[in-house]
Design a binder for this molecule. Structure first.
Ligand code: NAD
Length: 290
């Protein structure tokens, strides 16, 4: 099938993790979520992660703070969770309100509990190709999709649009690593890239992590390319109950006939991010109990 069923792959990973946690004697792995404010997307993401954790047998803890929380209060909660041996993983739901320093909060998490992989030490481990660290969940999820779908990156020209730590930059680093499921030749494009279309048309594997609804059109894609759409954009749609629909960064209708494989939105990369978060949490538990 041309469309990649990320929902199914994520569900397989959830089943594997459920079997693993069922075999654990004593306290189960535990993840703490910190959410600040009531941004509807953040509320919905944390709810989904909470639900998946429960399904797997990972104990979720939720700490929700008001928008006006100070950096000191946030730091104190991170310190408390770092010191709590029963908590294996800590996730701070991004984005934080602008008066808070998000990267400083990420860097305050004990790197061994940093299941989102945003701590400077874990980002550095990706650069050093040190597999002991935690890899940011969305890029790790894309690698997992490729692995499970038999999509080799070896020697391929991978073009990534987007240079964020959360997605684009980290995926580019993973794809260029010297090792299985990597060994790609990578080009990274961003908002200042000139002649974007000329570059994307050379991609054997095109990864779009931009945050602009359907920006990647059919004429930007080479025949037979693999297209990975990371974007999750809410666009108004009065016909939907919620008043909006989710679309990716790729115009699916135009891309689908050209691509050899393509991830849809929703149901592509999105569910993989949650599955990889749970995988990291079980890894953190294992490392802390070995
Ligand atoms: P970001 O805003 O941090 O980064 C966007 C990147 O796109 C930037 O590096 C910027 O240079 C680049 N960009 C912007 N306009 C561009 C243009 N016209 N041409 C070329 N490059 C351009 O966003 P992010 O956190 O990396 O997220 C990107 C998208 O992925 C968003 O839609 C986000 O919702 C989605 N996302 C999805 C998941 C998931 O689980 N599937 C996880 C994280 C982010």
């Amino acid at each position: 099938m041309k469309a990649i069923n990320g929902k199914q792959i994520a569900s397989d990973i959830v089943d594997e993790l459920t079997a693993k946690t069922a075999s654990i004697q004593g306290p189960k792995p535990c993840i703490a979520f910190i959410r600040v404010g009531e941004d509807p997307a953040s509320v919905s993401y944390v709810r989904g992660k909470n639900r998946t954790a429960e399904k797997i047998g990972i104990t979720p803890l939720l700490f929700a703070f008001e928008d006006s929380i100070s950096q000191e209060t946030l730091d104190a909660k991170i310190d408390e969770l770092n010191a709590d041996a029963s908590v294996n993983g800590i996730l701070i739901q991004s984005p934080l309100p602008s008066h808070l320093d998000e990267q400083s909060a990420f860097n305050r998490i004990d790197p061994n509990k940093d299941v989102d992989g945003f701590h400077v030490i874990n980002a550095g481990r990706v650069v050093q190709e040190d597999s002991a660290g935690f890899v940011s969940c969305t890029p790790a999820g894309i690698i997992e999709i490729c692995q499970r779908e038999g999509i080799s990156l070896e020697g391929k020209h991978v073009v990534v649009i987007g240079r964020s730590l959360i997605v684009g930059k980290t995926f580019a680093l993973l794809a260029m690593q010297n090792g299985p499921q990597a060994n790609a030749t990578v080009t990274v494009c961003h908002s200042r890239t000139r002649n974007l279309k000329e570059i994307t048309r050379q991609a054997d594997v095109l990864v779009a992590a931009i945050g602009r609804p359907e920006m990647v059109t059919g004429d930007m894609i080479k025949d037979g390319a693999v297209v990975i759409d990371v974007g999750i954009n809410r666009v108004e749609d009065a016909s939907k109950k919620k008043g909006y629909k989710l679309v990716g960064d790729v115009n699916f209708a135009e891309a689908e006939p050209i691509a050899s494989r393509i991830t849809p939105v929703p149901g592509g990369v999105g569910p993989m991010t949650v599955a990889m978060l749970m995988k990291n949490t079980v890894k953190a538990y294992e490392l802390q109990n070995s």
